[in-house]
Design a protein around this ligand. Structure first.
Ligand code: NAD
Ligand code: UDP
Length: 346
């Protein structure tokens, strides 16, 4: 198969590109590297089955020839990343998703959308199954991501209903592993960076909020299963083992052997209190279950971070900056007009 992977230069996207190449597919990776890292796909560049197209898919998504599958992952995903890029995040979820759907429609291809547990917002139902409609603040700071993904699901469903595109919606829960950017500000990467540096682990709020963490290899197996099925979804993809943030801090300390303290910081606005997927649908319809437990997943992730001491040291400064100001400035966005994909299109 020939698979277009938007966001293929990112954390999950690059693992997906590799998994597809490994089984003999050819891959067209589309990425603007706004939150990705070219090093993620550098080893793939010599592979004749791999093509890189550097583009902002919200502005333009052109793939020569045809494809059998469009896997649409392009979007900032870490809260500090999307809070720093509100307009780009909305553009990736709306125009970017429509451009990716148009490609799938033109090619009569399978289309899979990387949606998110954030469509459930700060859930009033626990654990969350796919029938729950969610509890999202439409104008809160996180709405640029949550509502972009909700729109992405709606337009995906509309392309299926009105144009017959073979679509599948995946609601991905917190996933971690090698190739998370050490400075992306997510809890797993931040705790590992802090622990390796012997710095305090920054817990937001009282640390009793929960998340359910899935290891990247498990999640990528689920995306491949979704690609290979005709399942429309939505399907929750995640590891249902739920941990408080404090428990995660303890697990990271155990995985690193660090003796760092915990330091409490204010809870960000609209931070969801609890999150745990019901994964019966994925188990029954995709034959998928996660296999890597959090101790083993953290061990592998810590090993990857520890092999990159310069990145970890640089990340510590960026994470500290983020905690002082709420959201760190991004030099790429110094010129807001140039940074806005809407202005480029007007
Ligand atoms: P990531 O930031 O590492 O990867 C996203 C990639 O998309 C990056 O390489 C980035 O450069 C690219 N990108 C962003 N906007 C783009 C645009 N307009 N044009 C072209 N490329 C663009 O994040 P990730 O964790 O790998 O997430 C991948 C996808 O999975 C995202 O859609 C995210 O919303 C979804 N997801 C991830 C998680 C998780 O825990 N990792 C959870 C839920 C959903
Ligand atoms: N968090 C934390 N310390 C950090 C970063 C995050 O305590 O340094 C908390 C955050 O407030 C949230 C949880 O960890 O409750 C997961 O945050 P993350 O940004 O990884 O993902 P999301 O909020 O999107 O689930």
């Amino acid at each position: 198969m020939r698979v277009a992977v938007t966001g293929g230069g990112g954390f999950l996207g690059s693992h997906l590109c590799e998994a597809l190449l490994r089984r003999g597919d050819s891959v067209v990776c589309l990425d603007d590297f706004s939150t990705g890292d070219p090093r993620n796909i550098a080893p793939l560049l010599g592979d004749p089955s791999f093509t890189l197209i550097q583009t902002d898919i919200a502005a333009e998504l052109r793939v020569p020839g045809t494809v059998d599958v469009v896997a649409h992952l392009a979007s900032p995903a870490s809260p500090p990343d999307y809070l720093r890029r509100p307009l780009q995040t909305l553009a990736a979820g709306s125009r970017g998703t429509e451009n990716a759907l148009r490609l799938a429609h033109r090619c009569d291809a399978r289309f899979v959308l990387a949606s998110t547990s954030e469509v459930y917002g700060d859930p009033l139902v626990h654990p969350q199954d796919e029938t729950y409609w969610g509890h999202v603040n439409p104008i809160g700071p996180r709405s640029v991501y949550d509502e972009a993904k909700r729109f992405a699901e709606a337009i995906t469903q509309a392309y299926r209903g009105s144009l017959g595109v073979n679509t599948g919606i995946m609601r991905i829960f917190n996933t971690y592993g090698p190739r998370m950017r050490p400075h992306d500000g997510r809890v797993v990467s931040s705790f590992i960076v802090q622990a390796l540096a012997g710095e305090p682990l920054t817990v937001y709020g009282d640390g009793k909020q929960t998340r359910s963490f899935c290891y990247a290899d498990d999640l990528v197996r689920a995306i491949v299963a979704m690609i290979d099925s005709d399942e429309p979804g939505p399907v929750n993809l995640g590891n249902p083992v739920e941990k408080t943030v404090i428990e995660l801090a303890e697990l990271v300390l155990a995985a690193t052997g660090a003796r760092s303290d915990v330091q409490y910081h204010p809870l960000p606005a609209d931070d969801p209190a609890r999150r745990r997927p019901v994964i019966t649908r994925a188990q029954e319809r995709l034959g998928w279950s996660p296999e890597v437990d959090i101790e083993e997943g953290l061990r592998r992730t810590v090993e990857w971070f520890a092999a990159r001491p310069a990145d970890v040291a640089g990340a510590l400064t960026a994470i500290r900056g983020g905690q002082q100001d709420g959201v760190p400035p991004d030099p790429v966005l110094a010129d807001p007009a140039a940074a806005s994909p809407w202005s480029a299109l007007s």
